[in-house]
Ligand binder design. Structure first.
Ligand SMILES: Nc1ncnc2c1ncn2[C@@H]1O[C@H](COP(=O)(O)OP(=O)(O)OP(=O)(O)O)[C@@H](O)[C@H]1O
Ligand code: SF4
Ligand SMILES: [Mg+2]
Length: 380
């Protein structure tokens, strides 16, 4: 049995809007295995981002998880994210489960130096480590007061008195300058790992002074700064040109191997899926319709939607074939199998019953009545 780092069970997400209730995610079941790269693919609006927001229990309002469980596993312990208080989940976000957002411009603050933004992420989750390093770097030097302040802080970082005293300007300076110096060293190390030339100079630059590709490397650096176990990359190369995209994909693969991370990679591009993933989950209109290893998805796809996505890949000498129709409105989604209005194989049953995601051969799951008769019963 593969070791599951995350399990999503029977997940439902709704957005309560003026126009009506958007049934964005509807009964998703998904396992993520430790160390793998799982690709999630599907057209726009299929629920890729929302599903992975739910994996961090951070669905933005007016959205809500209305049913289902998300379990994160670490060191033999289970964390049921859908039941934990926000203050506890916050400790896992960033340090254990991290996310690279779709749009680097939105993820970076335009008025802060990029290096400080990476340092901030480090200091939120690895402050103690930076404090220890700062103390070490002071060993042997004649800065008694500075050492005393750092030693005291290290002993009782959470002590209320220490927290108050640290606000005094002199103490603040004595405490912060060595800790920040250590964080800066760590940031420069990470930026150079990201393939950023002259990282010490880039540290002091503002986002607008960097190209889109460089900005995205900074966003990745922020996500990786706390050595997460599970990294969710939500279309991190969408707005980059193809050569920069290729560099970022290469970098992500290298980093994944280097850190032994588990990666969930979201894209609507089947080419990127082939390049990045070991296993693939195909989403359509809030449902997962097929899961298999990447080779099977490309060589032996089963679901008519997956086949449609593959036929829509441009190939020399082959006419482009679009999937007919459009992505449905999720306020009033089609009954039964949500793909039925666009499916050339649709049967009477498909209009009234929703096919369950069933393992039809080892590791190959499909939600389609062409392969089994099992209908979904766990409606909300
Ligand atoms: N803040 C929101 N308010 C209302 N509906 C939302 C909100 N965010 C997402 N949705 C709806 O939830 C559904 C799933 O959206 P999601 O963003 O997960 O799609 P996606 O697969 O990530 O698409 P894309 O490829 O465009 O990023 C869509 O119908 C979308 O309109
Ligand atoms: S269940 Fe029916 S409508 Fe849905 S994909 Fe399969 S054949 Fe097509
Ligand atoms: Mg998205």
């Amino acid at each position: 049995m593969p070791d599951k780092i995350m399990e999503v069970k029977d997940l439902y997400v709704r957005f309560y809007t003026y126009e009506g209730v958007v049934k964005a995610v509807d009964g998703v079941n998904l396992d993520v295995f430790r160390g793998e790269t799982l690709g999630i693919v599907g057209e726009t609006g299929s629920g890729k981002s929302v599903t992975t927001y739910a994996m961090m229990n951070m669905v933005p309002p007016p959205g809500k998880i209305t049913k289902g469980t998300v379990i994160y596993r670490k060191d033999g312990k289970e964390y049921v994210l859908t039941e934990m208080p926000e203050s506890e989940i916050r400790k896992l976000r960033g340090s254990d489960i991290s996310r690279i957002f779709q749009e680097p411009k939105a993820a970076l603050n335009p008025v802060y130096k990029v290096g400080d933004q990476v340092a901030e992420a480090i200091l939120i989750h690895r402050r103690r480590e930076m404090l220890e390093r700062a103390l070490e770097s002071l060993q042997g030097s004649l800065v008694g007061l500075k050492r005393a302040v750092l030693e005291r802080a290290l002993k009782s970082e959470d002590d209320l008195l220490v927290r108050i005293v640290k606000r005094l300007p002199l103490v603040r300076r004595l405490y912060w300058s060595p800790v920040k110096a250590e964080a800066r060293k760590e940031v420069v190390k990470i930026l150079s790992l990201m393939g950023i030339p002259d990282p010490d100079r880039v540290y002091d630059m503002y986002p607008h002074e960097l190209s889109g590709g460089m900005q995205q490397r900074i966003v990745i650096a922020i996500a990786l700064s706390c050595n997460p176990q599970l990294l969710i990359a939500d279309e991190p190369t969408t707005n980059l040109d193809v050569t920069v995209e290729a560099q970022i994909l290469e970098l992500m693969k290298e980093l994944r191997e280097k850190f032994g991370m588990t990666l969930v990679y979201i894209t609507h591009d089947m080419g990127v899926i082939a390049e990045m993933s070991q296993r693939v989950a195909v989403m359509y209109a809030g449902n997962i319709v097929e899961i298999a290893d990447v080779y099977t998805i490309f060589k032996k796809p089963m679901h008519p939607y997956t086949k449609g996505l593959l036929e829509a890949i441009p190939m020399p000498g082959r006419p482009l074939k679009d999937i007919p129709g459009t992505v449905p409105n999720l306020i009033n989604p089609p009954s039964g199998c949500r793909f039925h209005p666009r499916c050339e194989h649709a049967m009477e049953k498909c209009k009234s019953s929703r096919p369950k995601l069933v393992e039809v051969e080892p590791g190959h799951w499909v939600a389609c009545f062409l392969y089994h008769d099992e209908a979904e019963v766990s409606e909300e």
